[in-house]
Design a protein around this ligand. Structure first.
Ligand SMILES: Nc1ncnc2c1ncn2[C@@H]1O[C@H](COP(=O)(O)OP(=O)(O)O)[C@@H](O)[C@H]1O
Ligand SMILES: [Mg+2]
Length: 263
C-alpha cells in the first residue's frame, strides 16, 4: 500500500512512516582516540525528536568532541554518526552541508564576531547561506532577538563588547536559531555565568523546546542546569556513558560512580 492510499483510508489507519519517530541524532559504537588517548570508547546514544538531551561530565571527558562529531567537524575511528537520517560519515560534502544547515550551534563563550554589531552577528547565517532579501533578513533578526528577550531597538547596533555575558549568550542563541534549525547544539551554555543568569539561560533553552519544538544536545558540567533543562541525561566518564536516563532517575540512582560524580 502506498502512502497516498494509506492517507486516503482515514485517520484510523496507522500513520505512514514519515520518519518523525526516528531519532534525530544517533551515535552507534563510536570510538575516538587522539594517539593513545581514548576519548570516546564505544559510545552509543540517540536523541529523539523534540527532546533536550544533556551530556554531563567533567572537564576533558569528550563532551565537545561529541558535538564536533555531530557537526562532522571530526570523525570517529569506528562506529557511526547519523544526523536526521543521514549517515554523516558516508555523506558527501554537499549532503553534509545540507544537514549542517538544519542544525544550529551555540559555542562555548558565545563566539560572537567582536567587530560586528549585534544585528550583523545574528544575520550572519542568513547573509552567508541564503538569498533572502534584506527586508526579510531584518524581520527575522528582530524576531529572534525578541524571542531571546532582547530589545532589538536597544541592542542591534551595539558591539558584543557592550553587552553582559548573559546578553551575549542570548545573542549567540538568536544567531543559532535565525535559520530555523531542527537541532540545536549547545557547548557549556552556562559556564562562566552567575547563578541568576544561568537560570535565565536555562529557561530560554526550555522555551526553545516548548515553543520551537527543537531537538537539542546540551553539553555541560553543571548538574543543576542539566536537571532543570534535560528530558534525559547521559553521564559521561572515562570514555563511556555510565548513566542514561531522566534527571529524576539520575538523582535517585544508587550507583556509586553516579553518586561520586554528583557529589
Ligand atoms: N584535536 C585534538 N588533539 C588532541 N587531543 C584532543 C583534541 N581535541 C580534544 N582533545 C582531547 O580530548 C579530550 C576530550 O576533549 P573535549 O571533548 O574537548 O572535552 P570536554 O569538552 O569534555 O572538556 C581532552 O583530553 C582533550 O585534551
Ligand atoms: Mg568542552
Amino acid at each position: 500500500m502506498t502512502n497516498r492510499t494509506a492517507e486516503a483510508a482515514g485517520p484510523s489507519r496507522p500513520a505512514p512512516d514519515t520518519g518523525a519517530s526516528r531519532p534525530v541524532v544517533l551515535l552507534r559504537d563510536v570510538r575516538l582516540a587522539y594517539g593513545s588517548h581514548v576519548v570516546l570508547d564505544e559510545i552509543s546514544f540517540s536523541v529523539r525528536r523534540g527532546e533536550t538531551m544533556c551530556v554531563l561530565g567533567g572537564s576533558g571527558v569528550g563532551k565537545s568532541t561529541i558535538l564536533k562529531l555531530v557537526l562532522h567537524l571530526d570523525e570517529p575511528d569506528s562506529g557511526h554518526v547519523e544526523v536526521l537520517g543521514h549517515d554523516i560519515g558516508r555523506a558527501g560534502r554537499h549532503e553534509v552541508f545540507e544537514v549542517r544547515q538544519r542544525m544550529g550551534m551555540v559555542f562555548q563563550g558565545s563566539a560572537l564576531f567582536d567587530s560586528l554589531p549585534i544585528f550583523d552577528n545574528v544575520a550572519f547565517p542568513l547573509l552567508e547561506h541564503t538569498e533572502l532579501p534584506l527586508g526579510e533578513i531584518t524581520r527575522r533578526v528582530r524576531e529572534v532577538l525578541s524571542f531571546v528577550d532582547l530589545d532589538y531597538r536597544r541592542v542591534e547596533r551595539l558591539l558584543p563588547s557592550e553587552l553582559s555575558g548573559g546578553m551575549k549568550k542570548r545573542v549567540a542563541i538568536a544567531r543559532a536559531i535565525v535559520h530555523r534549525p531542527e537541532i540545536l547544539l549547545f557547548d557549556e551554555p552556562t559556564s562562566g555565568l552567575d547563578p541568576i543568569t544561568t537560570r535565565t539561560i536555562d529557561s530560554l533553552i526550555i522555551k526553545l523546546r516548548r515553543e520551537l519544538h527543537v531537538s537539542s544536545i546540551v553539553v555541560t558540567h553543571d548538574t543543576r542546569s542539566a536537571c532543570r533543562i534535560a528530558n534525559r541525561i547521559a553521564l559521561l566518564q572515562g570514555g563511556r556513558i555510565i548513566f542514561m536516563g531522566t534527571p529524576d532517575e539520575m538523582l535517585a540512582a544508587e550507583d556509586s560512580y553516579i553518586r561520586d560524580y554528583l557529589e
